[in-house]
Structure formats: C-alpha cells, structure tokens
Write a new protein. Structure first.
Ligand code: SAJ
Length: 434
C-alpha cells in the first residue's frame, strides 16, 4: 500500500492488542492503517520493526509492512472499518473507577472521517454501556449521519463491541483461533462486524448485543480472578495449618468436578487485576464476592512480603535470591507484577543482601535503584545464595535440579519444586505453602 492509497481498515492504538490485530488483518489481504499517538511507535512499525515482545510478531509485521499492506501514522484517514484498541485504565482517584477517556478520544478522531457505510468496532475492555456512549458522542459530532439504535430509519454506520480474549505469549495464535463474541448496537451492526471478523478469525464468531459482549469480557476475567483468589486463600489457610497446599490441591483436583487453580504471590498483569473492578464500578452494592476476590489476591502479595521478610531476617548471614519479576511465567511483561512488588519490598528492607534473577529483564526496574539490590544470573544465585524465594514459575527455574537446591532455605510461592526437602526449624510451613 503506498502512502496515498486509501486503507480498508484503520486500527486505532498499536499496543499489545492493536498491533497484532492490525498485522493479522493485513495478512488476510486488507490494506490497514495503524494509528498511534506515539511518533516513535509509528516510525518503528513503518521500518517493519516492533516495539513490543510477542511470539512471531516481528516476522509478521515485517512481512505485511514490506508487502505494503500495513502502514502506521499519527493522523487518521478515511477507511471502511475502524477498530479501536486503546487502553482503558483507572481514573487517578484511587477508587478503581474506569477511565474511558482514551476510547472517547479515539471515537472523536474516527467521527471526523466517518462516512455512510462504515463500521466502527470497539475492542478495548470497557465498562458496560461504553459502546453506546461512544455512539452518542459520534452522533453528536456528526449530525449529518444516521447512527444505529437512535432512530427507526436504516442507519448509515454500524457500531459494535468485539472484545479480544488472547493470552500474552500466544496472541497471534489465539487472535486467529479463539471464538469471538460480536456485540452489535443492533443486530444489523452485529452482522456487519461478523462479516469483518470472518475475514481473519477461524474460531466461531457468536453475535449478541453490545452490552452483553462488554459484560462477557469483564466476566471472563473476573471468573478467573475469583478462582485464583480461592487458591490463594487456601494457600494461606494451609500455611496456618502446616499443610502442603499443592498436595491438597493436587488431591482435590482428582475429583471429577473440582478444578482448583494455582496459588501464587498474587495476581498481576493489566487484565485480571483490573477488569473485575469495572464490574464493581457498575454495581457497587451487588458485588461483594468480586470485590473480596480482588482484595484476597492483593492481600496475598502482602502476605508473601511478610513471610519472605521473616525468612530473610531469620537467616542474617545468607545471601537471598528472588527468582523472577515478571507477572507470570515465560514472558517479559513486568506490569502490575506481584513478583516485582515482593522483590522490591525486600530490596528496600534488606538492601544488598537481595539478589534478583530475571532472565527476561535487561536491567532491574527503577524502584530498585538506590536499594543496593543487584541483578545476577541463575547460576550465580544457585552458587552464592543460601535463601531462594521463587516468585515466578519460569521454565528455567522449574528445571533446576534438586542437587543444586539441596541444603538451601526455599520459599516457593509458585509450587514449582515439589521435591524440595523441608527445612526443619525454619519457619513452619514455609517450604511448600504459598
Ligand atoms: N495466576 C495465578 N494462578 C493461576 C493462574 C494465573 O496466580 O492458576 C496469575 C498469573 O501468575 C498472573 C495472573 O494470574 O499473575 C494473570 O495471568 P493469566 O495467565 O491468568 O491471564 P492474563 O492476564 O495473561 O490474560 C487474561 C486471560 N483471561 C482469562 O484467562 C480469563 C486472557 O484470555 C485475556 O485475553 C487477558 O486476560 C485480557 O487481555 O483480558
């Protein structure tokens, strides 16, 4: 696609979801314009390079840029389909209130170039009602066009909500193969959006209304959060009772209708720790369980800090290795990471005794500056450190043989070393209980 060729599709926001989505649509043969507020991001993509880490994404982006199917810009242009994939963070009010200002800003940009026959699709995780709000905003900006759900006449444009549900590390595969919920403001809008997704999604696309699709996305992540909270609460109970929580879960999961998730140092990332609050914000008096699950998972992080600090204090002559900073296994994403929080808290308390092992990070995050904590590799940690605190279940940690851990004091918050011998007289339950 040369610079002056009209794009078929415009993807607004080129982050973890927007860029892979733009690339996959381009691979299907559409001419795609990717829009981002950052000139750096735009320049990187136009060179055929990428600014985020995701399996196989570099080759895909390079290919579609070279073939002229994907181009990035900071300026919106007319297109037939607009896909909005911008962040929806919290307001800075400290009350977990959803901030949809980026969505509304994107809709404002889209409204400026919208024409009859276009389809606008919101993909960002959003509170229920956001798609209608977006429609109202655009309708106000473009009184010359007929918008769906506001009048009896056939509308000029279609508007839908279609959340993604991809897992970081498997984004390209899941973008193509996962089923999708396609929620139209009206059934006609859903059908138009469905025709678009059919071009590049192999999974089943199920149509519904926009509000149900918005809620579905939030519910999926809240469901997982509640279930992880159960596992995390169980780990603290097991700890108190001197039981091995991993053993209890393994045994309970042999029941044909029980499937307990894994405890850990808390829940991280930009989705599961955030989205449940969007449901709470929409129905504050009806969500005691969802709210409590969030608090249990955040509380687990503080529990781990406390236990780890007790352990480090009880072994004043040992060097301590914190294994992992990422928010989950085998990725280089440190956003909202409980492991990072725990390691940084220990660094602030114990300074140069703390050694951090994170093969996915080039350097320690900023909050470690001035603490005295250092970054070392796994081999050095296994040689030099007498205390090992497992915070992330990276594969490279899982395969450390028992012989290299023997005799060390271990706090395994992820349950990756079930063969680790108990340390007598350390702190009760600390060997295995998360
Ligand atoms: N975790 C546990 N125990 C478990 C499973 C996860 O402690 O048994 C922790 C992880 O270590 C991590 C956090 O939960 O800190 C979240 O990890 P995750 O792998 O469960 O999910 P995410 O945040 O990478 O991606 C989720 C996915 N949602 C669901 O599985 C319902 C993904 O499909 C969504 O697309 C994504 O959120 C999103 O973008 O919303």
């Amino acid at each position: 696609m040369m610079g002056d060729v009209k794009p078929d599709v415009c993807v607004v926001g080129l982050g973890y979801i927007g860029l892979p989505t733009a690339a996959i649509i381009a691979r299907a043969g559409c001419k795609v314009l990717g829009l981002d507020v950052s000139q750096d991001v735009v320049d990187t993509i136009n060179r055929g390079e990428i600014h985020i880490e995701e399996v196989d994404l570099d080759g895909l982006v390079h290919g579609v840029v070279q073939r002229g199917l994907l181009r990035a810009s900071t300026q919106i242009e007319p297109a037939d389909v607009f896909v909005i994939a911008v962040p929806t963070p919290f307001e800075k009010d400290g009350h977990h209130t959803p901030d949809i200002s980026y969505v509304l800003a994107a809709a404002t940009q889209v409204a400026a170039v919208l024409k009859a026959g276009d389809t606008v699709i919101l993909e960002s995780t959003s509170p229920v009602g956001t798609t209608e709000q977006m429609r109202d905003l655009m309708a106000g900006l473009r009184p010359d066009l007929k918008f769906p759900g506001t009048m009896r006449e056939t509308p000029d444009v279609a508007i839908a909500y279609c959340p993604e549900r991809v897992l970081p590390g498997r984004i390209l595969e899941e973008l193509t193969n996962n089923d999708r919920s396609i929620g139209g403001i009206t059934p006609r809008c859903a059908r138009k959006a469905l025709a678009f997704y059919k071009r590049f999604v192999r999974g089943t696309c199920v149509t519904t209304d926009a509000r149900s699709a918005e809620m579905t996305k939030l519910v999926e992540n809240a469901y997982r959060d509640v279930n992880i909270a159960f596992a995390n609460e169980l780990s603290i109970v097991a700890d108190r009772m001197g039981l091995d929580v991993w053993e209890v879960i393994r045994l309970a999961n042999r029941h044909p209708r029980v499937n307990i998730l894994q405890p850990g140092p808390g829940v991280g990332g930009h989705c599961i720790a955030v989205d449940p609050w969007f449901i709470v914000a929409g129905a504050p008096d009806e969500t005691p369980l969802i709210r409590t699950a969030r608090n249990v998972n955040d509380g687990k992080m503080h529990h781990v800090v406390k236990k780890a600090a007790e352990l480090v204090a009880a072994h004043p002559h040992e060097k301590v290795a914190c294994l992992g900073l990422a928010f989950k296994a085998n990725i280089d994403d440190f956003r909202e990471s409980p492991a990072r929080y725990v390691a940084a808290s220990l660094a602030r308390q114990f300074g140069s005794r703390i050694h951090v092992v994170e093969p996915y990070a080039a350097q320690l995050p900023r909050e470690f500056e001035g603490t005295g904590a250092v970054r070392i590799d796994l081999d050095s940690a296994l040689e030099d450190c007498g205390v090992l605190i497992v915070l992330v279940d990276h594969d490279v940690f899982k395969v450390v043989p028992l012989a290299e851990r023997q005799g060390k004091v271990v706090y395994d918050t992820r349950g990756i070393w079930s063969d680790q011998p108990a340390m007598p007289n350390v702190i009760e339950g600390l060997r295995l209980a998360g």
